[in-house]
Design a protein around this ligand. Structure first.
Ligand code: NAP
Length: 235
Protein backbone atom coordinates (compact mmCIF):
# COMPACT_ATOMS: atom_id res chain seq x y z
CA UNK A 1 0.00 0.00 0.00
CA UNK A 2 1.95 3.02 -1.21
CA UNK A 3 1.48 6.51 0.23
CA UNK A 4 -0.49 5.37 3.25
CA UNK A 5 0.67 7.82 5.91
CA UNK A 6 -2.38 10.05 5.47
CA UNK A 7 -5.36 10.88 3.27
CA UNK A 8 -6.81 8.32 0.88
CA UNK A 9 -3.97 5.82 1.37
CA UNK A 10 -4.42 5.75 5.15
CA UNK A 11 -8.17 5.14 4.73
CA UNK A 12 -7.53 2.30 2.27
CA UNK A 13 -4.97 0.73 4.60
CA UNK A 14 -7.43 0.81 7.51
CA UNK A 15 -10.19 -0.69 5.35
CA UNK A 16 -8.00 -3.54 4.06
CA UNK A 17 -6.73 -4.25 7.57
CA UNK A 18 -10.33 -4.55 8.79
CA UNK A 19 -10.78 -7.25 6.14
CA UNK A 20 -7.86 -9.15 7.64
CA UNK A 21 -5.03 -8.15 5.30
CA UNK A 22 -1.64 -7.45 6.86
CA UNK A 23 -0.76 -4.04 5.44
CA UNK A 24 2.52 -2.31 4.60
CA UNK A 25 2.15 1.41 5.29
CA UNK A 26 4.55 3.00 2.81
CA UNK A 27 5.42 6.69 3.11
CA UNK A 28 8.21 8.99 1.99
CA UNK A 29 8.55 11.66 4.72
CA UNK A 30 5.62 11.43 7.13
CA UNK A 31 7.00 8.90 9.61
CA UNK A 32 4.72 10.10 12.40
CA UNK A 33 1.61 9.76 10.20
CA UNK A 34 2.60 6.28 9.08
CA UNK A 35 3.21 5.12 12.66
CA UNK A 36 -0.17 6.57 13.69
CA UNK A 37 -1.88 4.49 10.98
CA UNK A 38 -0.02 1.38 12.20
CA UNK A 39 -1.14 2.10 15.77
CA UNK A 40 -4.78 2.55 14.66
CA UNK A 41 -4.73 -0.74 12.75
CA UNK A 42 -3.08 -2.65 15.57
CA UNK A 43 -5.57 -1.13 18.02
CA UNK A 44 -8.34 -2.75 15.98
CA UNK A 45 -6.60 -6.12 16.05
CA UNK A 46 -5.00 -5.83 12.60
CA UNK A 47 -1.41 -6.16 11.41
CA UNK A 48 0.59 -3.37 9.83
CA UNK A 49 4.15 -2.13 9.41
CA UNK A 50 5.44 1.30 8.41
CA UNK A 51 7.85 1.21 5.45
CA UNK A 52 9.78 4.31 4.40
CA UNK A 53 10.63 4.48 0.69
CA UNK A 54 10.43 7.02 -2.09
CA UNK A 55 8.44 5.08 -4.67
CA UNK A 56 10.22 7.01 -7.44
CA UNK A 57 13.47 5.29 -6.45
CA UNK A 58 14.05 2.38 -8.89
CA UNK A 59 15.17 0.23 -5.94
CA UNK A 60 11.97 0.83 -3.99
CA UNK A 61 10.02 -2.21 -5.31
CA UNK A 62 12.75 -4.69 -4.31
CA UNK A 63 13.23 -3.05 -0.93
CA UNK A 64 9.52 -2.82 -0.15
CA UNK A 65 8.70 -6.38 -1.21
CA UNK A 66 11.65 -7.83 0.73
CA UNK A 67 10.63 -5.91 3.83
CA UNK A 68 7.01 -7.06 3.53
CA UNK A 69 7.93 -10.69 2.94
CA UNK A 70 10.29 -10.81 5.88
CA UNK A 71 7.91 -8.96 8.22
CA UNK A 72 4.69 -10.83 7.43
CA UNK A 73 6.01 -13.99 5.74
CA UNK A 74 4.49 -15.19 2.46
CA UNK A 75 3.96 -13.45 -0.82
CA UNK A 76 2.45 -10.05 -1.55
CA UNK A 77 -0.86 -10.74 -3.28
CA UNK A 78 -2.41 -7.25 -3.11
CA UNK A 79 -0.82 -4.04 -4.38
CA UNK A 80 -2.45 -0.62 -4.15
CA UNK A 81 -0.55 2.09 -6.03
CA UNK A 82 -1.76 5.19 -4.23
CA UNK A 83 1.33 7.38 -3.59
CA UNK A 84 0.97 10.55 -5.57
CA UNK A 85 1.68 14.23 -5.70
CA UNK A 86 0.82 17.18 -7.90
CA UNK A 87 2.91 20.11 -9.17
CA UNK A 88 0.38 22.30 -10.95
CA UNK A 89 1.05 24.95 -13.58
CA UNK A 90 -0.45 25.93 -16.90
CA UNK A 91 1.15 24.11 -19.81
CA UNK A 92 3.00 27.11 -21.32
CA UNK A 93 4.92 27.58 -18.07
CA UNK A 94 5.08 23.97 -16.83
CA UNK A 95 8.73 23.13 -16.16
CA UNK A 96 10.61 19.95 -17.03
CA UNK A 97 11.20 19.34 -13.32
CA UNK A 98 7.46 19.55 -12.51
CA UNK A 99 6.71 17.28 -15.45
CA UNK A 100 9.24 14.58 -14.64
CA UNK A 101 8.69 14.59 -10.86
CA UNK A 102 4.97 13.97 -11.28
CA UNK A 103 5.45 11.34 -14.00
CA UNK A 104 8.09 9.56 -11.88
CA UNK A 105 6.00 9.37 -8.71
CA UNK A 106 2.49 9.07 -10.14
CA UNK A 107 3.14 6.77 -13.10
CA UNK A 108 6.60 5.21 -13.39
CA UNK A 109 6.58 4.06 -9.77
CA UNK A 110 3.23 2.34 -10.30
CA UNK A 111 4.64 0.56 -13.36
CA UNK A 112 7.73 -0.68 -11.50
CA UNK A 113 5.72 -1.88 -8.51
CA UNK A 114 3.18 -3.57 -10.80
CA UNK A 115 6.01 -5.35 -12.65
CA UNK A 116 7.49 -6.51 -9.36
CA UNK A 117 4.13 -7.67 -7.96
CA UNK A 118 2.97 -9.61 -11.00
CA UNK A 119 5.59 -12.38 -10.86
CA UNK A 120 4.50 -13.84 -7.50
CA UNK A 121 0.83 -13.16 -8.27
CA UNK A 122 1.01 -15.06 -11.57
CA UNK A 123 2.78 -17.97 -9.89
CA UNK A 124 0.09 -18.01 -7.18
CA UNK A 125 -2.65 -17.60 -9.82
CA UNK A 126 -4.13 -15.03 -7.50
CA UNK A 127 -3.64 -11.31 -7.05
CA UNK A 128 -5.20 -7.88 -6.93
CA UNK A 129 -3.69 -4.63 -8.15
CA UNK A 130 -5.57 -1.37 -7.70
CA UNK A 131 -4.19 1.86 -9.14
CA UNK A 132 -5.39 5.17 -7.76
CA UNK A 133 -5.81 7.36 -10.82
CA UNK A 134 -7.89 10.54 -10.94
CA UNK A 135 -10.95 12.01 -12.59
CA UNK A 136 -8.61 14.48 -14.33
CA UNK A 137 -7.50 11.56 -16.53
CA UNK A 138 -11.06 11.60 -17.91
CA UNK A 139 -12.05 15.27 -17.64
CA UNK A 140 -9.65 18.16 -18.29
CA UNK A 141 -8.56 20.32 -15.39
CA UNK A 142 -6.47 23.36 -16.40
CA UNK A 143 -3.05 23.48 -14.74
CA UNK A 144 -2.65 19.75 -14.40
CA UNK A 145 -1.20 18.55 -17.72
CA UNK A 146 1.57 16.62 -15.94
CA UNK A 147 -0.73 15.09 -13.33
CA UNK A 148 -3.45 14.28 -15.89
CA UNK A 149 -0.92 12.65 -18.24
CA UNK A 150 0.40 10.51 -15.37
CA UNK A 151 -3.08 9.53 -14.20
CA UNK A 152 -4.26 8.77 -17.76
CA UNK A 153 -1.11 6.71 -18.28
CA UNK A 154 -2.01 4.81 -15.15
CA UNK A 155 -5.38 3.89 -16.68
CA UNK A 156 -3.69 2.66 -19.87
CA UNK A 157 -1.22 0.66 -17.76
CA UNK A 158 -4.13 -0.78 -15.78
CA UNK A 159 -6.09 -1.88 -18.84
CA UNK A 160 -3.09 -3.36 -20.62
CA UNK A 161 -1.77 -5.28 -17.62
CA UNK A 162 -5.30 -6.48 -16.82
CA UNK A 163 -5.68 -8.06 -20.25
CA UNK A 164 -2.21 -9.60 -20.09
CA UNK A 165 -2.86 -11.42 -16.80
CA UNK A 166 -6.62 -12.04 -16.76
CA UNK A 167 -6.26 -15.76 -17.53
CA UNK A 168 -4.15 -16.28 -14.42
CA UNK A 169 -6.59 -15.13 -11.74
CA UNK A 170 -4.99 -11.71 -11.28
CA UNK A 171 -7.10 -8.56 -11.60
CA UNK A 172 -5.83 -5.04 -12.28
CA UNK A 173 -8.23 -2.14 -11.83
CA UNK A 174 -8.14 1.61 -11.40
CA UNK A 175 -10.10 3.92 -9.15
CA UNK A 176 -10.52 7.51 -10.33
CA UNK A 177 -11.38 9.79 -7.42
CA UNK A 178 -12.80 13.24 -7.99
CA UNK A 179 -12.46 15.91 -5.34
CA UNK A 180 -11.61 14.15 -2.09
CA UNK A 181 -11.07 16.03 1.15
CA UNK A 182 -7.33 15.48 1.97
CA UNK A 183 -4.12 17.49 2.33
CA UNK A 184 -3.80 17.37 -1.47
CA UNK A 185 -6.96 19.41 -1.99
CA UNK A 186 -6.66 21.59 1.12
CA UNK A 187 -5.41 24.59 -0.84
CA UNK A 188 -7.75 24.25 -3.84
CA UNK A 189 -10.47 26.91 -4.10
CA UNK A 190 -13.74 25.38 -2.88
CA UNK A 191 -15.82 27.24 -5.47
CA UNK A 192 -14.73 24.48 -7.87
CA UNK A 193 -17.09 22.24 -5.92
CA UNK A 194 -19.95 23.90 -7.81
CA UNK A 195 -18.96 21.70 -10.78
CA UNK A 196 -19.49 18.53 -8.74
CA UNK A 197 -23.04 17.24 -9.23
CA UNK A 198 -23.10 15.93 -5.63
CA UNK A 199 -22.14 19.47 -4.47
CA UNK A 200 -19.66 18.20 -1.91
CA UNK A 201 -16.20 16.75 -1.64
CA UNK A 202 -15.82 13.01 -1.17
CA UNK A 203 -14.15 11.40 1.82
CA UNK A 204 -11.09 9.12 1.84
CA UNK A 205 -13.37 6.43 3.28
CA UNK A 206 -15.64 6.62 0.23
CA UNK A 207 -12.63 5.89 -2.00
CA UNK A 208 -11.42 3.15 0.36
CA UNK A 209 -14.79 1.37 0.14
CA UNK A 210 -14.35 0.99 -3.63
CA UNK A 211 -10.78 -0.30 -3.29
CA UNK A 212 -11.95 -2.74 -0.63
CA UNK A 213 -14.52 -4.12 -3.10
CA UNK A 214 -11.98 -4.43 -5.93
CA UNK A 215 -9.62 -6.34 -3.64
CA UNK A 216 -12.37 -8.68 -2.39
CA UNK A 217 -13.30 -12.12 -3.71
CA UNK A 218 -16.62 -10.61 -4.82
CA UNK A 219 -14.74 -8.61 -7.50
CA UNK A 220 -13.11 -11.68 -9.07
CA UNK A 221 -14.64 -10.98 -12.52
CA UNK A 222 -13.88 -7.23 -12.48
CA UNK A 223 -10.65 -6.41 -14.29
CA UNK A 224 -9.40 -3.60 -16.50
CA UNK A 225 -12.11 -1.39 -15.03
CA UNK A 226 -11.95 2.26 -14.04
CA UNK A 227 -14.26 3.04 -11.15
CA UNK A 228 -14.96 6.76 -10.74
CA UNK A 229 -15.60 7.98 -7.19
CA UNK A 230 -16.36 11.59 -7.94
CA UNK A 231 -19.89 12.63 -7.01
CA UNK A 232 -20.79 12.54 -10.71
CA UNK A 233 -18.04 14.88 -11.94
CA UNK A 234 -17.06 12.71 -14.92
CA UNK A 235 -20.59 11.53 -15.73
N1 NAP B 1 -7.41 14.14 -2.90
C1 NAP B 1 -7.99 14.11 -4.07
O1 NAP B 1 -8.92 14.86 -4.36
C2 NAP B 1 -7.52 13.12 -5.11
C3 NAP B 1 -8.27 13.04 -6.30
C4 NAP B 1 -7.90 12.15 -7.27
C5 NAP B 1 -6.81 11.33 -7.07
N2 NAP B 1 -6.08 11.43 -5.93
C6 NAP B 1 -4.95 10.54 -5.80
O2 NAP B 1 -5.08 9.76 -4.64
C7 NAP B 1 -3.80 9.47 -4.10
C8 NAP B 1 -3.75 9.90 -2.66
O3 NAP B 1 -4.05 11.29 -2.60
P1 NAP B 1 -4.28 12.06 -1.23
O4 NAP B 1 -5.24 13.14 -1.53
O5 NAP B 1 -4.54 11.12 -0.12
O6 NAP B 1 -2.83 12.73 -1.08
P2 NAP B 1 -2.05 13.27 0.20
O7 NAP B 1 -2.98 13.53 1.33
O8 NAP B 1 -1.21 14.36 -0.31
O9 NAP B 1 -1.13 11.99 0.58
C9 NAP B 1 -0.19 11.54 -0.34
C10 NAP B 1 0.46 10.28 0.19
O10 NAP B 1 1.40 9.84 -0.80
C11 NAP B 1 2.67 9.73 -0.18
N3 NAP B 1 3.74 10.04 -1.13
C12 NAP B 1 3.88 11.12 -1.91
N4 NAP B 1 5.00 11.02 -2.65
C13 NAP B 1 5.57 9.83 -2.33
C14 NAP B 1 6.72 9.15 -2.75
N5 NAP B 1 7.54 9.67 -3.68
N6 NAP B 1 7.00 7.93 -2.22
C15 NAP B 1 6.18 7.38 -1.30
N7 NAP B 1 5.06 7.99 -0.85
C16 NAP B 1 4.77 9.20 -1.36
C17 NAP B 1 2.65 10.69 0.98
O11 NAP B 1 3.64 10.30 1.91
P3 NAP B 1 4.44 11.39 2.79
O12 NAP B 1 3.39 12.12 3.56
O13 NAP B 1 5.37 10.62 3.64
O14 NAP B 1 5.13 12.33 1.83
C18 NAP B 1 1.22 10.50 1.46
O15 NAP B 1 1.12 9.34 2.27
C19 NAP B 1 -2.79 10.20 -4.99
O16 NAP B 1 -2.29 9.32 -5.97
C20 NAP B 1 -3.63 11.27 -5.65
O17 NAP B 1 -3.10 11.66 -6.88
C21 NAP B 1 -6.42 12.29 -4.95
Amino acid sequence: MTGASRGIGAAIARALARDGWPVGINYRTDHRGAEAVVTQIEGQGGRAVALAADVADPNAPDELFSALESHFGGRVLVLVNNAGLRRDDLTPSLGDEEWSTVLDVDLTAAFRLTRKALGPMLRARSGRIVNISSVVALRANPGQANYAAAKAGMIALTRTAAVEVARRGVTVNAVAPGWIDTDMTAEVATDLLAAVPARRAGTPEEVAACVRFLVSDEASYVTGAVLTVDGGLAA
